[in-house]
Write a protein that binds this ligand. Structure first.
Ligand SMILES: Cc1cc2nc3c(=O)[nH]c(=O)nc-3n(C[C@H](O)[C@H](O)[C@H](O)COP(=O)(O)O)c2cc1C
Length: 188
């Protein structure tokens, strides 16, 4: 299967997630092509792909404009393909509140705004990259982290992504997508 893995990133974690998914799809014998929606979103040729994964980070309760415009523009074709949406954020790693319950409405809002109906939604824990934040953002993120029972030593970065769960997601995506495509194929 030729599979598109489209993503946007601000601090690099969603790109890392997208690259890992693409590498694992490759190991499973598929051709996975990465697309950074901030630089090449307009060049995507969806008819070439049999399935698509879109990965996007949450920043301040929303997803990047490049992701929103890509989904708005392409939702009709995307909805015809086996698909998944990977939402990368920190709320899902919270130790003090229900991060899934906080995050799912953001995904629903994105889908309502764009018309995208992913066949599967995966909530992925991202990273706290204090080293990449300026003084003010570091202060704000540290306060949020403290409130959520997270890590507050700003002298280092923290990665919460569960790579084993991502591998499971990727394998299940291949199985689901192959089954969906087989079900659509005309009987011989
Ligand atoms: C300014 C800022 C705002 C953020 N807002 C949210 C948020 O509203 N909800 C959430 O779950 N995570 C939030 N995060 C966490 C990011 O989603 C997380 O750090 C993710 O790994 C970022 O992905 P990226 O490195 O691809 O940009 C925020 C992070 C930053 C720096």
């Amino acid at each position: 299967m030729r599979i598109l893995v489209a993503y946007a990133t601000r601090h690099g974690q969603t790109e890392k997630v997208a690259r890992r998914v693409a590498a694992e799809l490759g190991q499973e014998g598929h051709t996975a092509e990465l697309c950074d929606l901030d630089s090449a979103g307009k060049d995507v040729e969806l008819p070439f792909y049999r399935a698509v994964i879109v990965a996007a980070p949450i920043h301040a309760g929303g997803y990047p404009p490049s992701v929103v415009s890509f989904l708005r523009r392409e939702h009709a074709r995307l909805n015809e393909l086996p698909s998944a949406f990977l939402s990368v954020g920190l709320a899902v790693a919270s130790k003090t509140s229900d991060g899934r319950a906080q995050t799912l409405p953001l995904v629903e809002k994105l889908c309502a705004r764009t018309g995208f109906r992913p066949a599967h939604v995966e909530l992925v824990a991202g990273a706290l990259k204090y080293s990449q934040y300026g003084f003010l953002l570091r202060y704000v993120m540290r306060r949020i982290a403290a409130h959520e029972g997270g890590d507050t030593d700003t002298s280092r970065d923290y990665e919460y992504t569960d790579w084993a769960a991502l591998t499971e997601f990727t394998r299940a995506f291949v199985t689901r997508s192959s089954a969906a495509l087989a079900a659509r194929a005309p009987a011989a």
